[in-house]
Structures are given as structure tokens and as C-alpha cells.
Design a protein around this ligand. Structure first.
Ligand code: CDP
Ligand code: CDP
Length: 227
């Protein structure tokens, strides 16, 4: 058996990263780490502490949060300071503010340390925006997922409608605008912007089924580690 590797999956919002990463990790017997959930957790804590507006004026106000915060995973549940926040971190206000919180250098430094520690023994599939470029530039396999914005909005819409069970969800147009704005913010920030590592394999999932996109990445892993 060859040594376990790191699979880094980056790409814009709703391109299929977490779906691919989760299924792939299951097939490989690896640990899946959702770094977006970690940035969302910091954002949720900032909102709950009522710190958002103060932070826009003075970034150094984040220090207290970063000193005391604990973020971890229990299976696929996200645990913030001992509380299961898996649902709370998907709420709209968190989605709207997360790119701002992720642009702050102290936040990125703190989560970088945590993420690198989580991958120390390798055998992980980690998804995010800067995994191949900043967190694990030595990852044996780097993937960059992309898909048409309209298709991504459609997928998010389907996902939200299913969860809402009949309750109102944002329109396709609103979702696409939100996705495009978040991508732009993530691409244009100074620290660890969303970027494809030159070695990353680009996979356009616009016309793929979930099975096809996972199968494609799984084949690449198998070429690296053997059966
Ligand atoms: O799942 P979705 O595409 O909505 O986003 P996510 O993966 O949960 O990430 C939410 C936000 O966190 C992104 O839009 C980025 O602003 C930020 N993020 C980041 O900056 N770096 C990462 N490695 C992961 C997420
Ligand atoms: O993690 P990220 O934000 O990149 O995307 P995701 O949450 O994995 O995927 C967004 C939605 O697209 C999910 O509801 C997936 O089931 C769906 N989807 C997909 O990932 N790939 C396809 N080929 C078709 C749908």
C-alpha cells in the first residue's frame, strides 16, 4: 500500500467541490475537510458577538475571537466552540459576510495553522479556495473545479428548494448574482485569492453528472496511489 496523499480541491462557489470531496474521501477511506465551513464558523461567531460593524472599521478587533475559538469536525458535522453549527453556518447572512471575514489576514493565518495540522498525517481530501496554492502546495493531486455561473445558480436553487420544503428561497437571478459577487471578492482579495495552481487539473462540471465528476478525480488518484 502506497503512502496516503493529500487531494486539494479548489474552485468558485457551487462548482461541486464539497460534493466531490465528500464522496471521494468516502471511497478512499480518507478524511474530508471542508475549509469553507471553517471560514463560515468564524463568520457566525463574529455575527453572534455583534462584531461585524466594528471589524469593518478596525480589523484588529478580530483578535479576541481568534484567540478563543475552537473549530472542529465530528463526522460531517461542524463544531464551533462545542456547538453543532452545521445548519447555522449555511444561513444567508453568513453567506453574505463570509467573503469579508475570509479576506482578513489574521483569520487566514489562524485557519491555515489549523488546516495544516489537520493534514499532517495526509490521507485527506480538503476543499476550499487556496488549498492547492497556499495550504498544501505540496498536495500530490490538485483539482480546480469550474462550472457556468447559470448552472451553478440552478444547482444551488435546487439544493435550497429541497431543504426549504416549500418555504420561499431566493430566485435564480438573485443566487447567480450572489455567486458571481462572492467569486469576484474571493478572486480579488489580497491574501490567498482564489486562483488555480499551475499544476491543478481543471475540471468543468457544467455538463457532468456527480458520478462522472467524482469518477474522473478518483481515476486520477488511482493513477497516483495504485489500487
Ligand atoms: O460552498 P460555497 O461555495 O458556498 O462556499 P464555501 O466553500 O462554504 O466557502 C465560503 C466562503 O469562504 C468562500 O466564498 C470564501 O470567501 C471563503 N473561503 C476561503 O476564503 N478560503 C477557503 N479555503 C474556503 C472558503
Ligand atoms: O462545494 P461547492 O460550493 O463547490 O459545491 P457543492 O455544494 O458540492 O455543489 C453544489 C450543488 O451542485 C450540490 O447540490 C450538488 O449536488 C450539485 N451538483 C454537482 O455538484 N455536480 C453536478 N454534476 C450536478 C449537481
Amino acid at each position: 500500500v502506497k503512502k496516503p496523499i493529500i487531494v486539494a480541491i479548489d474552485g468558485p462557489a457551487a462548482s461541486g467541490k464539497s460534493t466531490t470531496a465528500k464522496i471521494l474521501a468516502g471511497r478512499l477511506g480518507y478524511t474530508y475537510i471542508d475549509t469553507g465551513a471553517m471560514f463560515r464558523s468564524v463568520t457566525l461567531r463574529v455575527i453572534r458577538e455583534g462584531l461585524l460593524e466594528a471589524l469593518r472599521e478596525d480589523e484588529s478587533r478580530i483578535a479576541g475571537v481568534l484567540q478563543s475559538i475552537t473549530i472542529g469536525f465530528r463526522g460531517d458535522r461542524v463544531i464551533l466552540d462545542g456547538e453543532d453549527v452545521s445548519e447555522a453556518i449555511r444561513e444567508n447572512q453568513v453567506s453574505r459576510e463570509v467573503s469579508f471575514i475570509s479576506s482578513l489576514k489574521p483569520v487566514r493565518d489562524k485557519l491555515k495553522e489549523l488546516q495544516q495540522e489537520m493534514g499532517r498525517k495526509r490521507g485527506i481530501v480538503m476543499d476550499g479556495r487556496d488549498i492547492g496554492t497556499v495550504i498544501f502546495p505540496d498536495a500530490e493531486l490538485k483539482i480546480f473545479l469550474v462550472a457556468d455561473p447559470a448552472e451553478r445558480a440552478k444547482r444551488r436553487h435546487a439544493e435550497l428548494s429541497l431543504k426549504a420544503g416549500g418555504a420561499a428561497v431566493p430566485s435564480l437571478e438573485e443566487l447567480e448574482a450572489e455567486i458571481v459577487k462572492r467569486d469576484k471578492d474571493d478572486e480579488e482579495r489580497t491574501h490567498a485569492p482564489l486562483r488555480r495552481h499551475p499544476d491543478a487539473v481543471v475540471v468543468d462540471t457544467s455538463k457532468l453528472t456527480i458520478d462522472e465528476q467524482v469518477g474522473f478525480v478518483h481515476d486520477l488518484v488511482m493513477k497516483l496511489v495504485g489500487q
